[in-house]
Design a protein around this ligand. Structure first.
Ligand code: SF4
Length: 368
């Protein structure tokens, strides 16, 4: 059991706090409301969020804060866990420096026992950051080429380690020193994606699906996923899913002829796309409606492609069969009541769901 109610993860880890609204899905952002409640003097979100004067609605202030003191938290969790990175921000926020993001990746490299789940609404910034990292020679190249004292956030973390070593007269880095483990892990990494880091985009509208997923597929990641939550309309993401195609092959090579004989044969071809999909309606006060057929459609698209799907919740405002056209309806007439009344306020209890929605699968790969 983890310390979060989010069903697809075990823990949240927030080395960054604060964000800004970037798409329609952000409108009722849980993090914004939570941060506004704890934004008083001396509180963790001071200066990052507030309640608006007139309507008393939560708002981000626009400030984003990197919190180095939170960096080593996953290194202290020994048991393998799924960890949602930055539930209170976006790791690829434009205001975060490349070095700050690299420091977070350095920690993820040093904790291979965990599976880290990075969810962003800024895939373009993610592409740019990975390009920068590649230009630096990957995480390992970046760490190796930045010597102590050269500046930058990640090197400065290692500076602190080195200074400690000098003071203590140690020649080798201690295995118990968290920064030493980050340094050692990051320094040997090649250019490929970290196997324990899954990267996803939030896309609850067709516009976000069409904009974000092609960008997601340009990001190097061992598992790429989409969180269709809050799902605000029916979405078609079928063409982006990882799927197994049966393809016709000509048996023209001697080896193929030996195996398959003369002529044509069929074989499987894996088309790499989105590896995992999360779906769900919006929760919390003022939740926007979600027709459970939209969730069912996402689950079916995944099943058809053989891609794992995790239905998280039906949301706080679930509906069955919201009509797009009501025959005989006139302005002023009451609209048909399609609302589902569930005992669980977030609609997160699968025992209350129709059978077709009880799908909670995880992607293959990862460490837990
Ligand atoms: S990107 Fe995420 S954390 Fe930032 S405002 Fe949108 S929903 Fe909230």
């Amino acid at each position: 059991m983890g310390d979060t109610s989010i069903g697809w993860t075990d823990k949240t880890w927030n080395p960054v706090r604060g964000c800004t609204v970037v798409s329609a899905e952000c409108e009722n952002c849980y993090a914004m409301g939570f941060a506004a409640r704890f934004s008083g003097e001396g509180q963790p979100y001071e200066g990052l969020a507030r309640f608006s004067d007139k309507k008393h609605l939560p708002q981000w202030t626009g400030a984003v804060r990197f919190v180095p003191s939170m960096l080593d938290q996953p290194l202290r969790w020994r048991r393998a866990r799924r960890i949602f990175v930055n539930s209170m921000s976006d790791l690829f926020h434009e205001k975060l420096s490349n070095e700050a993001i690299a420091a977070v990746f350095g920690v993820m490299a040093a904790a291979p026992q965990h599976t880290f789940q990075v969810l962003t609404k800024r895939p373009q910034r993610a592409i740019e950051w990975f390009s920068w990292l590649d230009w630096m020679g990957g995480l390992g190249g970046y760490v190796r080429s930045h010597r102590v004292g050269s500046g930058g956030l990640l090197p400065s973390l290692f500076d602190a380690v080195a200074r400690t070593e000098m003071i203590q007269g140690r020649r080798t880095r201690s295995r118990n020193d968290p920064w030493a483990s980050v340094f050692n892990a990051a320094a040997v990494i090649g250019r490929g994606p970290l196997p324990n880091v899954h990267i996803g985009v939030s896309a609850g509208t067709q516009a976000s699906v069409d904009d974000f997923i092609p960008k997601l597929l340009q990001i190097p990641a061992s598992i790429r996923f989409v969180s269709a939550e809050p799902l605000l309309e029916e979405v078609d993401l079928s063409k982006w899913l990882t799927r197994r195609d049966r393809v016709q092959m000509e048996a023209f090579t001697p080896e193929a002829k030996a195996v398959y004989g003369e002529g044509r044969h069929e074989r499987d071809r894996i088309v790499r796309g989105v590896d995992w999909v999360i779906a769900g309606g919006e929760s919390g006060h003022g939740a926007r409606p979600c027709d459970i057929r939209w969730i069912e459609s996402v689950a079916k698209q995944c099943a058809d492609a053989g891609a794992p799907c995790f239905v998280k919740q039906l949301g706080a405002n679930p509906h069955a069969n919201i009509p797009t056209i009501v025959v005989g309806w006139r302005p002023g007439a009451p609209e048909p009541d399609t609302r589902l009344r569930l005992k669980d306020r977030a609609g997160a209890d699968p025992s209350e769901w129709p059978e077709a929605l009880r799908v909670q699968q995880f992607p293959r790969g990862g460490t837990v």
